[in-house]
Design a protein around this ligand. Structure first.
Ligand code: CP
Ligand code: NVA
Length: 304
């Protein structure tokens, strides 16, 4: 049974194989109508259930389209409309869904819930974002970086702002795929030692945005207020010096690119001139959620 709860579940070889598959499949169906099934329909007859305890646009639509393009179908549920929302346990929900569907994706506030879902399900479980990590997003980010012509080994990725779930998965990716992640986060909002340790010596935290961005190939940021966090003025004020501006992008390598998982809060973590500028890859990054997740689904079913 293959669960995709974090990038380490697949390991370096698994991640590389998924990235190769994502890029190849994307190229093979370039220009096709979005709803047309891939020629080999590799997940024909398979059903993916998706459970959302938090809002989503990209994860929800891209997973739905991913399973359709692979020949399968989906059931999308908001946890609040399920018995889960009235107190039915994750363990019981896992057992019940396993009797109906072939795979489960869950987005939740508490990482332990995806762990429990995987423990009690008899079908593959995928982490669609938790408070602790967002591995599906980073698969799309890595695909986007490769498509932009970079190699992963030796890359320098700079992170600005909140030491959050997305950063934790980027650090894990650096440790697995052999690239450096340098994060600049204000005091009190830095990643935990455990998250930095996911980088296997390649992840570091520095004091200033300039230190992080100097010589970087890729500059990444994310919302300063993640879902479920209080919208605190003190946090926004602490984050302001870490805003991604054109001046800061100028400190990175010439040819550096900008990524953001979205949704963006323009004028907070990034200014319009950067997110809409020539270095930004955000639309390709967002589309790649679809292509990367097709690969994740195929990996979960043992096809990669
Ligand atoms: N990046 C991302 O996960 O977007 P959604 O919250 O819209 O799914
Ligand atoms: N860090 C953000 C990512 C959203 C896709 C959050 O958890 O809300």
């Amino acid at each position: 049974m293959r669960h995709f709860l974090d990038l380490s579940d697949a390991g370096a070889a698994g991640i590389q194989a998924m990235l190769d598959d994502a890029i190849a499949r994307k190229q093979a169906r370039a220009g096709w109508p979005k709803g047309k099934v891939d020629a080999d329909a590799p997940l024909s007859g398979r059903v993916l259930a998706m459970v959302f305890e938090k809002n989503s646009t990209r994860t929800r639509v891209s997973f739905d389209m991913a399973i359709r393009q692979l020949g399968g179908t989906s059931i999308v549920m908001d946890a609040g409309s399920m018995q889960l929302g009235r107190g039915e346990s994750i363990a019981d929900t896992a057992r019940i869904l396993s009797g109906y569907v072939d795979a489960i994706m869950i987005r939740t506030d508490d990482h332990q819930k995806v762990v429990d879902m995987a423990r009690y399900a008899s079908v593959p479980v995928i982490n669609g974002l938790t408070d602790a990590s967002h591995p599906c997003q980073i698969m799309a980010d890595l695909e986007t970086i490769l498509e932009a012509g970079f190699a992963l080994p030796g890359l320098k990725v700079a992170w600005l702002g909140d030491g959050n779930n997305v950063l934790a998965s980027i650090m894990e990716a650096g440790g697995l795929m052999g690239f450096d992640v340098v994060a600049a986060c204000p005091q009190g909002y830095q990643p935990s030692d455990a998250d930095v340790a996911r980088g296997k010596g390649r992840a570091t935290v520095v004091g200033t945005p300039q230190e992080a961005v100097e010589g970087a190939d890729i500059v990444v940021t994310d919302t300063w207020i993640s879902m479920g966090q209080a919208h605190a003025e003190t946090k926004l004020a602490a984050m302001m010096p870490f805003q991604v501006t054109e001046a800061l992008m100028g400190v990175a390598k010439p040819g550096a690119r900008f990524l953001h998982c979205l949704p963006a809060h323009r004028g907070e973590e990034v200014v319009d001139e950067v997110i809409d500028g020539p270095q930004s890859l955000i639309w390709q990054e967002a589309e790649n959620r679809l292509h990367a997740q097709k690969a994740v689904l195929r990996w979960c079913f043992g096809q990669i």
